[in-house]
Design a protein around this ligand. Structure first.
Ligand code: LMR
Length: 400
């Protein structure tokens, strides 16, 4: 009965790793998926995560019962505090409902389905371009996906005018997906002044902000600085949704741990929103997993572990910034034609190089360097040892 099926294509991002794994070359380099690697090119488990896991193992009172539908309640409270700020008026007034979800993707999906069921507007505007999974998540959640201008290829920066025009023209009440920081794939973020203009425009038109926060702490190295745009929208007393992921900032990729927070106008509404979120989650996966959320809770509740985490996070962010400088320098030394200053200007895990699909495929074929076809490279996958190889490849395609 399935004989009519055609072979589905690989995922544009995760498929890059599949292709990379098949390549026997000793010089191969995977700059596709946004996953942190050490200077030795190895995945990293944070020290603080190891310590938290040890605590969990030593605690013989821990059981493996089902979590409630909303997940680990302490984790939810700590996650809301982490993203909204410990002194957030919305938390103080008990207007936030937070549910543990399966990392960023799961949080976006649950939020998307909740909106499709209960919000009066069914259109969500996403940045052009955006993370490849966004349009699929929201379409399958039951929303209509449209785009707003964001990136200007000629400056490799923000198309702020286009952004304001498109959001200004969106029907009142539309949902707008905003990357809280370290925009994926472009690495281009609005300034705080620009965020303020976006906020004013969105609030004046009643547009509903839905933040995707996958990189808190990774953009600037500071958890509070990276959460600032979200906190500006919460400070004005209006509603918003926030999807949080601990994949990158705690390196908990495979634990699938994240949270969806919905900031409401009153505590009464927040309670009813939570009751409806449970109806979305229960038939989808019943309740979320316990282990990853427990690790996060151990770290966030303990001041010493928390401080240790911020140092490890900053070290990851700094290594990425140093990779940016090294790659930029390597291209300068080679006299590679073109302006490559965007490599050091862009923010977060990715550089949106401007390389076209033909150049990307040449680099993969001739240099065994793997990246998404839009020319995005994960700076976190690079090391001092591999920078020259990448610079050689970019130089080769730029002079071809
Ligand atoms: C990425 O963009 O590479 C990451 O967010 C990983 C993913 O799931 O695509």
């Amino acid at each position: 009965v399935f004989a009519h099926l055609v072979q589905a294509p690989e995922d544009p991002i995760l498929g890059v790793t599949v292709a990379y794994n098949k390549d026997p070359s000793p010089v191969k380099l995977n700059l596709g998926v946004g996953a942190y690697r050490t200077e030795e090119g190895k995945p990293l488990v944070l020290n603080v995560v190891r310590k938290a896991e040890q605590q969990l193992i030593n605690d013989r009172t821990r059981i493996k019962e089902y979590l409630p539908i909303v997940g680990l309640v302490e984790f939810n409270k700590l996650s809301a505090k982490l993203i909204l700020g410990a002194d957030s008026p919305a938390i103080r007034e008990n207007r936030v409902t937070t549910v543990e979800c399966l990392s960023g993707t799961g949080s976006l999906r649950v939020g998307g389905e909740f909106l499709a069921k209960h919000y009066h507007q069914k259109t969500i505007y996403i940045t052009q371009p955006t993370w490849g999974n966004h349009p699929k998540i929201f379409t399958l959640a039951g929303l209509t996906v449209k785009t707003y201008r964001y990136y200007d290829p000629s400056t490799r920066g923000l198309n702020f005018q286009g952004l304001l025009e498109d959001l200004g023209a969106a029907p009142p009440g539309s949902i707008v997906l905003l990357h809280a920081c370290a925009h994926n794939p472009t690495g281009v973020d609005p300034t705080i002044q620009q965020w303020e203009q976006i906020r004013q425009l969105m609030r004046s038109k009643g547009l509903m902000p839905f933040f995707d926060s996958a990189y808190q702490g990774f953009a600037s190295g500071s958890l509070d600085t990276d959460a600032k745009p979200i906190r500006m929208f919460v400070a004005d007393g209006g509603e918003c949704l926030v999807a949080q992921s601990y994949a990158k900032n705690m390196g908990l990729y495979g634990e699938r741990v994240g949270a969806l927070s919905i900031v409401c106008k009153s505590s009464d509404v927040a309670g009813r929103v939570e009751s409806q979120l449970k109806l979305v989650i229960r038939p989808m996966y019943s309740s979320p997993p316990i282990h990853g959320a427990s690790i996060v809770a151990v770290i966030l509740r303990d001041r010493n572990l928390f401080n240790e985490w911020t140092l490890e996070l900053k070290a990851m962010a700094d290594r990425i910034i140093s990779m940016r400088k090294q790659l930029f320098e390597a291209l300068r030394t080679r006299g590679t034609p073109g302006d490559w200053s965007h490599i050091i200007k862009q923010i977060g895990m990715f550089t949106f190089t401007g390389l076209n699909p033909a150049q990307v495929s040449y680099m993969t074929k001739e240099y065994h360097i793997y990246m998404t076809s839009d020319g995005r490279i994960s700076m976190a996958g690079l090391s001092s040892k591999t920078v020259p190889h990448l610079a050689d490849a970019i130089h080769a395609v730029a002079t071809k």
